[in-house]
Design a protein around this ligand. Sequence first.
Ligand code: NAD
Ligand code: UFG
Length: 346
Amino acid sequence: MKNNKKSSKRFVLVTGGTGYIGSHTVVALIAAGYNPIIVDNLSNSKVSVLKRIKKITGKLPLFYKMDLRNTMALNKIFQKHSIASVIHFAGFKAVGESVAEPLKYYENNIQSTISLCKVMNMHSVKKIIFSSSASVYGEASVVPIKENSLPVPASPYACTKLMIEQILIDIYLADPFWRIALLRYFNPVGAHESGLMGEDPQGIPNNLMPYISQVAVGRHKKVNIFGNDYPTDDGTGVRDYIHVMDLAEGHVAALKKIETATFKKPQIINLGTGKGYSVIEILRAFEKAAGKVIPYRITKRRPGDIAACYADIKLAKKLLGWKAKRNLADMCADAWHWQSQNPKGY
Ligand code: NAD
Ligand code: UFG
């Protein structure tokens, strides 16, 4: 009976879909012919992103303002719509804040996932893609980092990611009909090429590229480079920056694989470009894109930072047939396009 009330349309539930990576993935899903439904409590995003999605794609995705930990409300969404699969982005993500307020992170990230998986189980929805992070690898890693490197998470945030991976693996061990992709992102940057959507951090940005772009637009005086005495070519930290639309398309590729049940068991996959760039290289590339000099000063190292982190990307290519297409110049040009058109964000 319950099923008769549902429309015949099959949906992909996108948790955290108004957030930075989620919103770009919703655009990529619509472009690939999927029908996304967004669930987000707007704790770190704005509802106005929906209008931007409509402007880009011509479609306004269904949206529920809801906390994932509200299991009963989530259940109603699954009763109402025929959901085929889930992409789970929702969660808190600030590494430093997680060190200061660990309970906030364990409570939100873990409880949201448990609530979500319980409801998925009740409705026999057993396909999920989870947003994990390269931060699970921590300090001890050698580069490029392979998926089988021993994880050594260095913050409560990174611990929540590793714990959620384990929760999902255990769910699969109890019920092998689950199809699970655990995607470990490196450093997502950039914006949609239209300049209509991009990263809109609340308060002072923690991450390098949004900080640089806010300096370029005049919101801060100079970039603080956290240390130039690392064992890298120019002494500044090296990371694997990936264009957010490449990342979004990586999710579409993973969704296609879990839909066709190619993955017989949970797959951990790095999503990066495989290339590392230093802080100075990013700053110079951004200056080129923005056509202006970006002032900076060298300050002391940020606690917890590592010298270099970039991905071994062979597994993504092999399992997903996916590879990032956009280069550093594209990442900076699109980030600048977004920031210069939206100096104060959404
Ligand atoms: P974001 O903060 O922009 O998006 C997360 C969204 O989840 C926000 O819109 C927020 O409102 C929502 N949310 C949080 N808790 C919720 C809850 N209990 N119920 C409903 N909605 C909730 O972050 P993002 O950069 O888009 O990251 C998405 C995912 O990718 C996160 O899980 C993050 O940990 C992971 N990730 C991000 C990065 C990065 O550098 N951005 C790197 C690796 C992994
Ligand atoms: N950096 C600066 N100045 C800044 C900000 C950053 O010099 O104002 C440097 C950092 O020291 C580091 C590099 O720029 O060398 C990148 O720092 P980000 O804060 O942009 O990114 P992280 O690599 O520290 O962490 C990010 C996300 C994590 C995620 C991780 C995955 O914040 O959530 O990438 O690799 F887990």
